[in-house]
Design a protein around this ligand. Structure first.
Ligand code: PEP
Length: 251
């Protein structure tokens, strides 16, 4: 089964409007020459519109980092999936470790958001990953399994619109990357688990990204692993040249 690799930048709460537009333009310019890899940028809510205008009709997909599960109504400060779709967003993250552990989103909330994003027709990038103390206590696979079970197989039926991002929390923004073998072990576990939650055919079609200090110099090794189908890139996505080098490594 050949899965087209998907490399997405997660800009987090960075850039101002001018910088966001400039970064998007530089990514688009470099991405023009790249084929065979799906490329995306998950941008801050307030710049989705401006960046969307730059990404429109290019091979770089517009994404968001979060969305609320209700369609509209009295949810002060929240942004719905419909609003993001209205601005051209094609994919959206859920369960990023910063939302789980800094913003304190519960598994129940993450699951509702995942359902809303997929049901609205967007590609869902569902992030899972263990904290350092959980890895040290040999709980990695149990933590990842519980986070995978936030998803509802009966509703998520199109494998091309589901992406799992395995992001060990201890590797995010720390400069400490999982080794190729450590990452592959968890990716293989996730694929096997999806085989049980859905079926083997479905599991073979879902892309599983690695995230956690992926950089131009370690991207090739990670993405050459059998079950690593791309990357979710934080820090290195804030510079077009390093992001594009990672995209190239996915070819
Ligand atoms: C992320 O936030 O999803 C991420 C992987 O960050 P970084 O690449 O900076 O570790």
């Amino acid at each position: 089964m050949t899965r087209v690799k998907f490399v997405a930048g997660n800009w987090k709460m960075n850039t101002n409007k001018a910088q966001a537009v400039e970064l998007a333009k530089a990514v688009v310019a470099g991405a023009k020459a790249i084929s065979g890899v799906q490329i995306g940028c998950a941008v801050p809510f307030v710049y989705v519109d401006a960046v969307g205008q730059v990404l429109n009709d290019t091979n770089v997909m517009l994404g968001a980092q979060d969305a609320y599960f209700e369609k509209n109504g009295a949810f002060t400060g929240e942004i719905s999936v419909e609003m993001l779709k209205d601005l051209g967003a094609k994919f959206c993250l859920t369960g990023h470790s910063e939302r789980r552990h800094v913003i304190k989103e519960t598994p129940e909330l993450v699951g509702k958001k995942a359902d809303a994003i997929y049901s609205a027709g967007l590609t869902l990038v569902h992030c899972v990953g263990e904290k350092l103390e959980e890895r040290d206590a040999n709980k990695t696979l149990a933590v990842v399994e519980a986070q995978m079970k936030e998803l509802q197989p009966a509703k998520l039926t199109d494998p091309s619109r589901l992406v799992i991002a395995y992001e060990p929390v201890w590797a995010i923004g720390t400069g400490r990357t999982a080794t190729d073998a450590q990452a592959q072990e968890v990716h293989a576990f996730i694929r096997d688990l999806m085989g049980k939650m859905w079926n083997a055919d479905f599991a073979s079609k879902v892309r599983i990204q690695y995230g956690g200090s992926m950089k131009p110099d370690n991207a090739k090794g990670l993405m050459s692993q059998k079950d690593i189908d791309g990357g979710l890139i934080g820090g290195a996505a804030l510079k077009a040249d390093s992001f594009l080098k990672i995209v190239e490594a996915g070819k």
